[in-house]
Design a protein around this ligand. Structure first.
Ligand SMILES: *[C@@H]1O[C@H](CO)[C@@H](O)[C@H](O)[C@H]1NC(C)=O
Ligand SMILES: *[C@@H]1O[C@H](CO)[C@@H](O)[C@H](O)[C@H]1NC(C)=O
Ligand SMILES: *[C@@H]1O[C@H](CO)[C@@H](O)[C@H](O)[C@H]1NC(C)=O
Ligand SMILES: *[C@@H]1O[C@H](CO)[C@@H](O)[C@H](O)[C@H]1NC(C)=O
Ligand SMILES: *[C@@H]1O[C@H](CO)[C@@H](O)[C@H](O)[C@H]1NC(C)=O
Ligand SMILES: *[C@@H]1O[C@H](CO)[C@@H](O)[C@H](O)[C@H]1NC(C)=O
Ligand SMILES: *[C@@H]1O[C@H](CO)[C@@H](O)[C@H](O)[C@H]1NC(C)=O
Ligand SMILES: *[C@@H]1O[C@H](CO)[C@@H](O)[C@H](O)[C@H]1NC(C)=O
Length: 567
């Protein structure tokens, strides 16, 4: 009986969960040191192995303020090269995969126009075997065009967009951005048939087109692709949450042709560590994780591992802890290039010093260690509300517009991009009766599910609660992800102390002022939803001041940090 193994080492730069061995070298010079980590376990190698990144959102510098996640793209490059060498030595196939969302979330990706001019070329160093597109490549036409013209060609037939298209203005044709599928053979003989899908995303720019998965599998190309080849394994990569309907539809369609072929699924988008077993021969893994599978033709077993993103983890797994064997010239070069680019673009310039930590999901949004509390009680009143308001302000935001924590200490321009990459303007509606204002938040939060279509998921990110506590606990265990998935609780490569997690409402606001009339100040992103609701509640159209003030949800942080957090 032929036995193959698939191991997926998934490293997410953006999503959490890190931990480290011993005292590592710092990746970017200004990254905080790596704390000590508990013992790691060797990765069980299979005959076929995958390394997977997803939702990197420009975090190519790594997490400078979280030692456990402080690897950078140069370190990751060296890791992929060393793992490829190791795979060759073991005579196993190893494929490297990315499942999209390379924009929006970090200065390195967002400081240019269009976004991605600095970060996308850096990503082309990584020896990815297959990639797919994320929704954050599709909001803005110029970004999509840059992907089409400058990123996708580098990958030739390995950039897979089975259901995503771009309108070519030269001939008005709508063409697939990448290949709809690919078929290839690994160095050690594994025959792979691979597809790359996006979830049913609607808020894209008007030059891209996203078809539903259901539509695509009914087209001739899909069935033809399945029957034209004799793969050992089908690899479905997707910027799709593992538990989204899309993957179940695809697996059903494949099972009509191949009832028991092993299907390895690499998902993304929802920024969580997760692993799902769909049937005895199909399993998937999502985001910064590691996945390992054993299978034979009629009997498949799956296992997985989620790696933290740091040098010590890389060095342990790729070169058996011998650091002198780890670095590569190109990897060092990438590290230096990232450092220089951050400096040239003032991303590392310190604007002020945060007095404490403020968490996105690790604190109750109503308490003073929540970033939403900070925004509602300090940033919006001090920076956005103007003195000549007619009435006390009611601030209203979609929680998905805030993307990260603030850590005590230096606050840089890069932290602004991490917190708020969307650059929403503020709008204002004056003189709204209090009884109407009181009704807004409950109704909006009910409707809030729709906003998730934007892809600004309320992440499941778990981050150190307190840098001090974090460092004190290093001898014991590092706070971070404690993942439970379909395979159990042993997936995290580094064992973490779980961090509290608070489910965020879709919308957040300050307490409704007690005056009879109130001025509502809100993010432009929710404009039409709010106006519709106000019309519904008051049967009149309201005058909107747009924009209100001249700061955005991003630049308010620069103003605030410079003014109130300066040393
Ligand atoms: C594309 O379509 C637009 C609108 O229909 C039209 O104005 C334009 O001339 C067309 N361009 C080409 C190259 O056919
Ligand atoms: C497409 O969107 C852009 C803004 O993103 C807008 O300026 C343009 O008018 C739109 N074109 C069409 C045909 O809707
Ligand atoms: C399938 O795998 C299980 C566990 O590895 C093993 O016990 C069983 O005998 C296998 N079945 C076949 C048909 O190979
Ligand atoms: C580490 O690697 C270097 C270079 O290959 C080698 O000279 C050295 O003996 C190794 N150290 C250990 C402890 O294996
Ligand atoms: C290092 O980076 C520079 C600038 O991107 C490039 O010109 C040079 O070829 C790189 N060297 C190596 C070894 O990658
Ligand atoms: C934050 O809240 C806690 C308890 O609710 C309180 O003890 C503490 O003084 C508050 N800190 C600040 C800076 O307001
Ligand atoms: C409100 O605005 C909408 C769209 O701008 C318009 O169709 C409608 O007639 C207006 N209704 C009232 C009551 O002014
Ligand atoms: C924004 O507003 C502030 C004061 O409200 C003013 O000092 C500043 O010059 C304005 N900036 C721009 C670009 O208009």
């Amino acid at each position: 009986m032929r036995v193959l193994c698939i191991a997926t080492f998934v490293i997410a730069f953006n999503s959490v969960g890190c931990h480290v061995i011993g005292l590592g070298k710092r990746q970017q010079d200004d990254a905080i040191a790596t704390p000590g980590i508990s013992e790691l376990r060797p990765l069980p190698w299979g005959k076929v192995n995958f390394i997977h990144t997803t939702d990197t959102h420009g975090w190519l510098e790594g997490h400078l303020l979280e030692g456990a996640y402080n690897g950078d793209l140069g370190d990751f490059y060296s890791f992929t090269m060393r793992m490829k060498q190791k795979a060759r030595h073991l005579q196993r196939d190893l494929f490297i995969v990315d499942t999209g969302d390379t924009h929006d979330g970090n200065g390195l990706s967002d400081v240019t126009s269009p976004r991605g001019k600095l970060s996308q070329p850096l990503l082309t160093h990584i020896p990815y075997d297959i990639l797919t597109i994320g929704n954050h490549e599709l909001y803005v036409n110029d970004v999509t065009q840059d992907v089409v013209e400058n990123f996708r060609p580098h990958w030739k037939d390995r950039y897979l967009t089975s259901n995503v298209y771009f309108k070519d203005l030269n001939n008005n044709r709508t063409v697939s951005i990448g290949e709809k599928y690919t078929y290839f053979e690994g160095e050690f003989g594994t025959r792979v048939l691979a597809y790359g899908f996006l979830f049913d995303f609607r808020s894209h720019g008007n030059r891209s087109v996203v078809e539903t998965v259901r539509h695509e599998i009914e087209q001739d190309w899909f069935l033809d692709s399945l029957t034209a080849h004799e793969p050992d394994i089908i690899t479905l990569i997707g910027h799709i949450g593992l538990r989204f309907n899309e993957f179940y539809i695809l697996i059903d369609a494949i099972r009509n042709v191949y009832p028991t072929i092993p299907i390895a699924i690499l998902g993304g988008h929802t920024h969580i560590r997760d692993s799902v077993k769909y049937d005895p021969w199909a399993a998937g893994i999502e985001s910064g994780r590691y996945f390992e599978t054993d299978f034979s033709k009629d009997n498949v077993t799956f296992a997985r591992r989620y790696l933290d993103q740091n040098r010590q983890t890389y060095i342990y797994h790729s070169v058996d802890n011998n650091e002198t064997e780890f670095d590569t010239e190109v990897g060092r070069n990438i590290t230096n290039t990232i450092f220089d680019l951050r400096k040239e673009n003032s991303l590392s310039t310190i604007l002020g010093y945060a007095p404490q930590d403020y968490y996105l999901t690790a604190a109750d949004p109503k308490t003073n260690s929540s970033v939403f509390h900070l925004i509602m009680q300090e940033v919006l009143p001090k920076i956005v509300a103007k003195e000549d308001l007619k009435n006390p302000p009611y601030f209203l935001l979609n929680s998905g517009g805030v993307r990260y924590d603030v850590y005590k200490g230096a606050f840089s321009k890069d932290n602004m991009y991490q917190l708020s990459p969307f650059e929403d303007e503020f709008f204002c509606i004056e003189n709204v009766p209090r009884e109407i204002v009181l009704r807004l938040l409950p109704i909006l939060n009910k409707e809030g599910e729709a906003l998730k279509k934007r892809g600004v998921w309320p992440y499941n990110e778990r981050v150190p609660q307190d840098q001090q506590a974090y460092l004190h606990q290093q001898e014991v265990r590092t706070p971070g992800y404690a993942t439970t998935d379909d395979f159990g609780t042993d997936g995290d490569d580094t064992v973490h102390v779980p961090i509290p997690y608070f489910d965020l409402p879709a919308f957040v606001a300050n307490d409704v002022p007690s005056t009879a009339f109130i001025d509502i100040i809100y993010a432009d992103f929710i404009d039409s939803q709010l106006q519709d609701l106000l019309f519904q509640l008051s049967h009149k159209n309201w005058t909107v001041i747009k924009p209100y003030g001249n700061v955005t949800s991003s630049t308010m942080w620069v103003d605030f940090a410079s003014k109130y957090w300066s040393p």
